[in-house]
Design a protein around this ligand. Structure first.
Ligand code: ZN
Length: 346
């Protein structure tokens, strides 16, 4: 792997994006419950950290059958749980580490009331304590370890493509979205396989979700949402233009699409007030398409939301502190929305 800029491999203490450093931090947690939910293609543990007790769901039918019966309680259970459940997946794409940093700082808030800079987040902690929160900070460890950048602040789009999508043996950088024309990526053609993929070249955002065999990461993450039946599942990505939510997503019920749009509006408005330059918005993402988070909805009934952090590239600069604030504000606003209005419609 090339070192395109040494600054990409350095970060402040609170910015825990390195695999070993982040795992050491997870091992130090006291209140959070650590679960190993599976192993990556390359054999690395996929770890979750959970806060808030798990309440059982009494289920007598599949989601498909329960909805067709006009009786969703047959899937979601006759009793409303005391605490809504929020599941958060980050670093599905290994160079997109900003959400992972935010997850580990949220763990800090849950443990001590303060993030890893020592800044207190009382409203966030209060909201999170009224929910069950299950985070997988590194959902696709192979790509995180391979694409070892700790940040991309000040980088170019080519830097992002190099560490994200990779480079061919002839020296050409694989660009986005052209990287999606081949799935999985043929390993023998790559000089450097970017962080986008697991060790088999699979981008888990775009699997054939009905295939008999899925990538082990996809399998483990889908199994987790089947087990948790979250009210909301949030996947955290990053790009040059963030912060924004993608969607609304075509292939989920319309009432869920309205929820996606409402959350997008609430969070963007808060960023505007805080000077955190919300961008892109609903129009930035493709309106159609069936993605990993779409599959997570159909597997669990959860409201799926996909958030794009900014990397702080030269095209739209942000500091480490601002990016972390974006993450913790995101969690606070999403949780408050869910506690006030409910994540799932109906
Ligand atoms: Zn991504």
């Amino acid at each position: 792997m090339e070192i395109r800029n040494p600054a990409f491999f350095e970060a402040p203490e609170f910015w825990k994006s390195d695999w070993d450093e982040a795992n050491a931090y997870l091992d130090s947690l006291e209140a959070g419950e650590i679960l190993e939910i599976g192993r990556s293609e390359g054999g690395r543990p996929i770890r979750a950290v959970a806060y808030g007790e798990k309440e059982p769901v009494e289920r007598t039918a599949t989601l498909s059958a329960a909805v067709a019966a006009g009786h969703p309680q047959s899937f979601f259970g006759p009793e409303k749980r005391k605490k809504p459940v929020l599941v958060i997946f980050s670093a599905i794409h290994g160079a997109e580490i900003e959400g992972s940093v935010a997850c580990l700082n949220l763990a800090g808030v849950m443990e001590t009331g303060a993030d890893l800079r020592g800044r207190r987040w009382e409203a966030l902690r209060e909201a999170a304590s009224r929910m069950r929160v299950v985070m997988v900070p590194f959902a696709q460890p192979d790509g995180r370890i391979r694409s070892a950048v700790r940040n991309l602040i000040g980088g170019t789009v080519d830097d992002l493509y190099y560490y994200g999508q990779g480079a061919f043996k002839n020296g050409d950088i694989l660009t986005w979205p052209e990287c999606k024309r081949t799935q999985p990526i043929p390993l023998e053609k790559m000089a450097f396989l970017g962080g986008y993929y697991n060790d088999a070249g699979v981008n888990i955002q775009h699997e054939d979700f009905f295939a008999p065999r899925l990538a082990p990461e996809t399998r483990a993450l889908i199994d987790l949402v089947r087990e948790e039946t979250p009210d909301c599942v949030m996947t955290l990505h990053s790009c040059g233009q963030g912060p924004f939510f993608t969607g609304p997503d075509n292939f989920i019920p319309q009432a869920h699409q309205y929820r996606q749009a409402q959350i997008d509006t609430v969070v963007a408005e808060r960023y505007r007030r805080e000077g955190l330059k919300p961008g892109g918005g609903a129009s930035a993402g493709p309106a159609g398409g069936f993605y990993f988070h779409t599959a997570l909805h159909h597997a669990s009934g959860a409201l799926p939301i996909l958030f794009e952090f900014p990397h702080g590239l030269e095209m739209k600069p942000f500091t480490f502190d601002e990016i972390l604030d974006i993450g913790l504000i995101l969690f606070e606003e999403v949780m408050r929305f869910g506690l006030t209005y409910g994540f799932r419609p109906g």
